[in-house]
Design a protein around this ligand. Structure first.
Ligand SMILES: [Zn+2]
Ligand SMILES: [Zn+2]
Length: 196
């Protein structure tokens, strides 16, 4: 099952031009089985998320992309109250909540800000990002090899054309945020770049 683990929608990500339902429909058309909403530093309201899930043709998961001192971090299973701009605080919260942190598009800034100590905050990196160049994705996939879990993949879509350019292929079907977290923890997935 292919799930896009990195998507931005309006209005929570002001930089995006994508309506959430449009995103889900486009992703379905392009062969994905699920999308994960990762708005910048914002969590979806539970009722709005329920309504979107009822209307969407594919599974909809919820996570976040947090802006931190070590770069952008994709956080899965972290409650909004624990969001922080300090990676050290995020790591402590992730530990408490059993959440997973991945460094997003790690080759984009050209310089990794993680050190020997802070690299421990992350279970892995985003190894395939649909908005990054081929070279950046090769570098990111190489970085992922140094972590205990495989790298994840996502489109980082902000517009319709970008939907479905990268995803994460899960070995088994996932249907809830809990399933997604379990599958990530088990490492039963791989990052994929897709032609679209
Ligand atoms: Zn980012
Ligand atoms: Zn993003």
């Amino acid at each position: 099952m292919l799930v896009d683990l990195h998507c931005h929608t309006l209005p929570l990500s002001a930089c995006s031009a994508l309506d959430p339902l449009e995103l889900a429909r486009l992703a379905a058309e392009r062969g994905l089985g699920g999308i994960c909403l990762t708005e910048h530093d914002r969590a979806w309201d539970a009722d709005a998320l329920d309504a979107l899930r009822r209307a969407a043709p594919i599974a909809v998961f919820s996570a976040a992309e947090l802006t931190t001192d070590l770069g952008h971090v994709l956080a899965f299973g972290l409650p909004a109250a624990a969001f922080s701009a300090e990676a050290r605080e995020l790591a402590a919260a992730a530990e408490r909540h059993g959440a997973l942190l991945y460094l997003a598009h790690p080759a984009r800034d050209g310089l990794l800000r993680v050190t020997r100590e802070t690299v421990e905050y992350f279970v892995s990196v985003e190894a395939a990002n649909g908005s990054d160049s081929r070279l950046q994705n090769i570098a990111a996939a190489g970085l992922a090899k140094g972590f205990r879990l495989p790298g994840i993949g996502g489109s980082d879509a902000h517009t319709a054309a970008e939907v479905g350019r990268a995803a994460t292929r899960f070995a088994a079907a996932v249907s809830s945020d809990g399933d997604l977290l379990d599958a990530l923890r088990a490492g039963a997935y791989e990052a994929v770049l897709l032609d679209s």
